[in-house]
Design a protein around this ligand. Structure first.
Ligand SMILES: [Zn+2]
Length: 231
């Protein structure tokens, strides 16, 4: 059976064939990110990360979608031509590629489950994430992180929706200040559509291969393709 993701795309070979300088992040190359100078912004130093699943994220100017967009930029070619390049470097069939490429990042969902807080990440939440070397733009788009409410139980907390089948079913609220404990508050089970312990965080970004990591922040670091259980 063919793997339904772009992990097999040999990005290093592709970059070397094009004479593009890259850097590796993480000890294990096959599991880590590849970084190059961003082609979308005025980036002097390797801010464009290519995730193991070949999603693009610039730590300065935000997510850039799939690897196809990068190939179009580098090879100055059309999308169909970029697809041929993808095929050449990943040994995937047309059919598999079509399935993979039709999977786009989910738009903001309409919710049956009311999430606390406010949509989007306001400055104090963005600053906190940036300090921890996360990209707030990426996390807003892929994981739909929200700002905490202006007062009450979840004040000064990032609201982390737990999304299953494109539907928020529960949430975690992460403190953005060391003095505010506990670090995480979970949505009360009686108010959740599904008990948090029965959820797999990040599952909506998985085709059929997943990496299981420790917690939600590890999922953010890894990007699409990683899941976390709630212990
Ligand atoms: Zn950029």
């Amino acid at each position: 059976m063919q793997t339904m993701n772009l992990q097999s795309f040999d990005v290093i070979q592709y970059l070397e064939d094009r004479g593009i300088e890259y850097r590796l992040r993480g000890k294990n190359v096959s599991r880590g990110w590849v970084e190059i100078n961003c082609l979308w912004c005025d980036d002097p130093s390797f801010h464009l990360g290519i995730s193991p699943q070949k999603f693009l994220n610039c730590w300065r100017c935000g997510p850039k979608g799939s690897i196809i967009n990068l190939i179009c930029k580098i090879d100055k070619c059309s999308k169909p031509a970029a697809k041929e390049v993808l095929k050449q470097y990943s040994h995937l069939t047309d059919e598999t590629l079509n399935i993979i490429l039709n999977k786009q990042p989910q738009p903001q969902t309409k919710s049956l489950f009311p999430l606390p807080g406010r949509p989007g990440l306001h400055d104090q939440y963005r600053d906190y994430l940036i300090k921890r070397k996360f990209n707030p733009d990426f996390l807003e788009v892929y994981y739909q992180l929200r700002s905490g409410p202006i007062a009450g139980r979840y004040h000064h907390r990032i609201i982390i929706p737990i999304i299953q089948n494109q539907q928020p079913v529960s949430f975690l609220a992460r403190s953005i200040s060391d003095s505010l404990q506990p670090k995480y508050l979970a949505s009360p089970s009686e108010q959740s559509l599904k008990p948090i312990k029965h959820c797999l965080y990040g599952i909506d970004e998985i085709k059929d291969e997943a990496v299981v990591v420790e917690g939600v922040t590890d999922v953010w670091r890894w990007g699409p393709g990683a899941v976390a259980v709630f212990g």
